[in-house]
Ligand binder design. Structure first.
Ligand code: SF4
Length: 351
């Protein structure tokens, strides 16, 4: 938890807004990198060998920024069986994956017993892989579908052996933005409540931000402040992971004149390190933006380089599908003067 001292004053909202809007990028990065080096002295930069399969693309939530979802009657709609998904993960584990980040559409035909069947089948077929499934929107959807509480869903997942969860579906945690780009998804308050419930049960989670559409700099700072406030109460967030909106083939993309620049990515990573003083890890990913922007993020406060992503379908459908080998990923880290280290989903080094 953060200790507020005279030597370590917290960034206020107004200071944060001023910095994200006006600070010269080089200065902002230097300051954030200084904080990162205090927090994580040494040259280590972590990454995880993960895979991100999707069990279904049928989704009732129909976010305007998403190119992945399909209606049930669509010719390319699919729902994989637990055995099919476990076989896919088995192949990824064979290729080196240690973690499976599992997410997919909000398919009304899937009941809790089917979601649990995915977990149980994976546990049986690939017992050594760490399952990192279902962000707050999936939890909210399951609770609604089962007419039960989100706590009850979270407790069942805990009882099934799940210990970490992704922080997806945060987008921007203000209701103005959410109502415009994902009106059927859980509200900002609900997303935070589900995270709070998860942390209280004992889950460790990440937190995300998807920017570069209709949000203002003020709303980005409000997003960071909401995360910081919750982290003060629970301490359950392990890392912060931003990425920019990928407009390809999305309804929202047709309305956006300009996509976010790599410079904005670096500003956000820097601001995250400066504002999220109670978050241990900040991620800059080779995957989310251009590879060079991901590398530069390592000089903007990030200490983690994300996942290898052996399989990824959501951004692929929006036309974003870069791939990388472990050797190239490690080389990208070394090229910035750091030492790569493989980690697990608790951010513990495993090599
Ligand atoms: S982002 Fe997720 S919840 Fe939204 S439409 Fe796409 S699959 Fe569904």
């Amino acid at each position: 938890m953060h200790q507020l001292t005279d030597n370590n004053p917290r960034l206020t909202r107004s200071k944060g807004v001023k910095l994200i809007k006006e600070a010269p990028l080089g200065q902002l990065m230097r300051r954030a990198h200084g904080v990162r080096m205090q927090r994580h002295p040494g040259a280590r930069v972590t990454y995880v060998c993960d895979t991100n399969p999707n069990y279904t693309n049928i989704c009732a939530t129909r976010c305007h920024f998403c190119a992945f979802w399909r209606a049930e009657e669509s010719s390319d709609a699919y729902t994989l069986t637990p055995t099919q998904i476990a076989e896919q993960i088995y192949r990824s584990a064979d290729a080196g994956a240690t973690t499976v980040l599992m997410q997919g559409g909000h398919n009304p035909k899937l009941k809790l017993k089917e979601w649990l069947a995915y977990i149980q089948t994976i546990q049986m077929v690939v017992p050594n892989i760490h399952i990192h499934p279902f962000g707050p929107p999936e939890i909210a959807f399951m609770a609604e579908n089962e007419a039960t509480s989100t706590e009850a869903i979270l407790q069942q997942l805990w009882d099934a052996g799940i210990r970490t969860m992704p922080g997806g579906g945060a987008e921007v945690l203000t209701d103005r933005v959410r109502n415009a780009i994902a009106p059927n998804k859980c509200s900002a308050q609900h997303w935070l409540e589900i995270m709070s419930q998860a942390h209280k049960i004992g889950f460790k989670t990440t937190a995300t931000l998807m920017y570069g559409h209709i949000e203002t700099p003020e709303e980005i700072i409000d997003h960071l402040l909401a995360l910081r406030d919750l982290q003060d109460q629970t301490g359950g967030f392990q890392s912060f992971i931003p990425w920019s909106f990928k407009p390809g083939k999305t309804p929202l993309g047709r309305k956006i004149e300009q996509t976010a620049s790599p410079q904005m990515y670096l500003r956000i990573i820097s601001m995250a390190r400066l504002m999220l003083d109670n978050f241990p890890h900040i991620q800059s990913s080779w995957f989310s933006e251009e590879r060079q922007a991901g590398q530069l993020g390592l000089l903007a406060g990030a200490d983690d380089f994300g996942g290898l992503l052996i399989e990824e379908n959501v951004l692929e459908t929006a036309g974003h599908s870069p791939t990388i080998s472990i050797q190239d990923l490690e080389q990208d880290i070394r090229a910035m003067g750091f030492e790569p280290a493989r980690r697990d989903s608790y951010y513990r080094c495993i090599n």
